[in-house]
Design a protein around this ligand. Structure first.
Ligand code: IPE
Ligand code: IPE
Ligand code: MG
Length: 226
């Protein structure tokens, strides 16, 4: 039996190098990267098995970058989200943002809340952007919240408090590095990991299709025997 891919998570890495390779400013790579996000999201919404697409857009560690790049990324997110609402509605895509959003400007937080509300009813795909997200921060927030509740400390209750509750099936990182960079560590305990040298702005739905095809043939044992 072929595996079904319910949840795809992607570390979209390599925007800066893509731009620098062609003598462009890093910001140009982020702009091109946003276009690829659109194509990949549309593809996943049209795929019958895929219900969740979770994309790493800004990590808790990315604040270490020069202010000019951080400011550009925040502005790009704002422009992107405003523009994408029509596409989400057209393609039945539910938008979600996860991470500690409180550090972002109010205007971006408001736009996120508005976009989430307007796409709440959509069913084809839950498209989640991880913003100021890090697994350590997510687990820390979940444990704090559990500690303040009357619930028992157990695996089920921890998972229920996480930003992302669905386990990842297929975990992809573009950009050539083989590391997880604090992304969905809990949820990826049994994910199939795929690393590609393709820089995110060059990533295509054709390459994604090939990865999914390979994924469907892998023997997933989850610790058991086949
Ligand atoms: C990923 O691309 C996008 C973000 C982290 C926001 P990078 O900006 O990390 O690009 P490289 O890895 O420097 O090429
Ligand atoms: C991971 O990429 C974060 C995002 C894609 C948002 P980074 O470029 O920040 O990761 P490292 O620093 O190479 O591990
Ligand atoms: Mg990078």
């Amino acid at each position: 039996m072929k595996n079904k891919v319910n949840h795809i998570a992607i570390i979209m890495d390599g925007n800066g190098r893509w731009a620098q390779n062609q003598g462009l400013k890093r910001s140009k790579g982020h702009e091109k990267g946003a276009e690829v996000v659109r194509e990949v999201t549309k593809y996943c919404a049209s795929h019958k098995d895929i219900n969740f697409l979770t994309l790493y857009a800004f990590s808790t560690e990315n604040w270490k970058r020069p202010k000019i790049e951080v400011d550009f990324l925040i502005k790009l997110l704002q422009v992107y989200l405003k523009k994408e609402l029509a596409l989400y509605l057209e393609n039945d895509i539910k938008f979600k943002a996860i991470g500690d959003l409180s550090r972002f400007p109010n205007s971006l937080q408001d736009l996120i809340i508005k976009t989430q509300k307007k796409t709440e009813h959509c069913k084809a795909l839950t498209h989640t952007l991880a913003l100021n997200y890090g697994s350590h921060d997510e687990i820390n927030r979940a444990l704090k919240s559990l500690n303040e509740s009357d619930l028992e400390l157990n695996i089920e209750n921890i998972q229920a408090k996480l930003d992302i509750k669905e386990n990842v099936d297929l975990f992809i990182r573009t950009g050539g590095d083989h590391r997880l960079s604090n992304f969905l560590l809990w949820q990826s305990s049994y994910a199939e990991l795929f690393f590609t040298d393709t820089l995110w702005p060059d990533f295509t739905t054709q390459e994604l299709e090939k990865i999914i095809e390979k994924f469907t043939t892998i023997e997933r044992r989850f610790g058991g025997l086949k």
